[in-house]
Design a protein around this ligand. Sequence first.
Ligand code: AMP
Length: 143
Amino acid sequence: MSNHPETIFDKILAGEIPCHRVYEDDQVLAFLDIGPLSSGHTLVIPKERKAQLDQLSDDAAAAIGRVMPRLCRAVMKATGATAYNVLQNNGASAHQAVMHVHFHIIPRLGPDGLGIRWNPSSLNGDDAADLVRAITEALAQDG
Ligand code: AMP
């Protein structure tokens, strides 16, 4: 189950340090982020010890997927937010600081701590064809 050194989330899962828990089942724990970008900022983690989303088992991923909409609804209801971001960072260069899979639910309540730079280019037809081929081949080879 483990493919990475122990993180602070392992200590939370083991009950060694406290968290502000909002949800728990056999496979998932959700708790308030200790450094919230907005009020209600919540983290959702699998109990499975994996650093990145691509390493997660289908079973653990399904358990998170099953509960995410419900958690998003609850966070929206509790905060009054009508918009929110779900953010999921993988790897240090993608701003992942805690190397245990986690999803951020970040209510948007006006000016807050979340900044997103989104500078789109445009998809070139040849590149798209190459990418579709490469990705579908990779999917076919994946288990
Ligand atoms: P990321 O940059 O995606 O790895 O985000 C890690 C998040 O974990 C940050 O938003 C931190 O504020 C949060 N975090 C770190 N330690 C704790 C903790 N003990 N309890 C709750 N949230 C934490």
